[in-house]
Design a protein around this ligand. Sequence first.
Ligand code: SF4
Length: 441
Amino acid sequence: MQQAAAPKISFVSLGCPKALVDSERIITRLRAEGYELARQHDGADLVIVNTCGFLDSAKQESLAAIGEAMASNGKVIVTGCMGAEPEQIEQAYPGVLSITGPQQYESVLDAVHRAKPALHNPHLDLVPEQGIRLTPRHYAYLKISEGCNNRCSFCIIPKLRGDLVSRPAAEVLREAEKLVAAGVKELLVISQDTSAYGVDLKYAESTWKDRSVRAKFIDLARELGELGAWVRLHYVYPYPHVDEVIGLMAEGKVLPYLDIPFQHASPDVLKLMKRPAAQDKTLDRIKRWRAECPELALRSTFIVGFPGETERDFEFLLDWLDEAEIDRLGAFKYEPVAGAPSNAIEGQVSDEVKQDRWNRLMSRQQAISARRLKRKVGTRQQVIIDEIGPTVAKGRSKADAPEIDGSVYLTSRRPLRVGEIVTAKIDRADAYDLHGTVAGF
Ligand code: SF4
């Protein structure tokens, strides 16, 4: 008897790493139920679009992706951040089968079952134990909590995703251990506010191996550091207890890398932004962190042209950057987001001024980045290999997160493998990247 073909689903994942983790969970469940993934919309039984609704430009991108799926397939299920406010989608594409918000995995699966039921006898063992990941095999995002207790004035994430809900420490560690056992060499810890991890659980202990582990940032970081993979911390706010994790970095337990979305430096703008842990001692703390762990790389994002930002505030930010010497920086021009309190702040900044400030910020940062990278010439760095080219391999040092930071380009006498960690001698630096030779395996 001929077996019926498994239903095929085409999946589009937009937005931040947190949305990517949601996509991975949905795909893992679908694969477990016997669904297959299609490479293109055309010919698939269904399309799922996981949307991003953070900025208006992201919403436009999401709407365009839904439009494309409607045109080339017609059976479309929408989920993700933009789905929390479905009106816009319903208006543009009334034929969409279902719209759900972020983390509503069950509703997405229900919608899939209704539109295209799974085969009667799914091969449950199709799914590897660690689930399905959309990132390359050698690194994986590890989401430790959902939602956020802060109320930054430009952000609607708490409205979309609710208050902080942390996963128990043992659950996070079990997932991390499985990932490492499956070949993951680098764990990227993500959430909306990583240093607030466990506040909602009152730092409750859970049993991991032969011990109890508190749901606390430092305890989780310490345990993750025991798993034998690189551990990179993203979205960390500089609450006082963050100082403790620098010791783990100096000991080599977690990567000497902190992704802190400062967003601005001027106290007046930070106040208008209602940023958590905004305080004027940040520069002193950065100096202390670097004294304790000289290898520390700081990554941050900044918004220029926030309502009320004056030329003086902006210059304060430029001077602050010179002193802080942030290694890696992402800059955004302020965009009003529907529903964000910052829209009502007086002193909106014109597009020309925003563009001019963005250009000035980027050129200042380029000089800082080039200066910091130049200091690495002649040193030896560990590099994880991401891609193999015909003559050079592309990798990242401990100071570079995938997708958002710079790269290290390497030549090697022997062929390299993706995911391998090698020691490289750095021969040359440019504004954002390093170039070197493999010196040890
Ligand atoms: S910390 Fe602020 S910007 Fe980040 S998710 Fe929470 S409210 Fe939004």
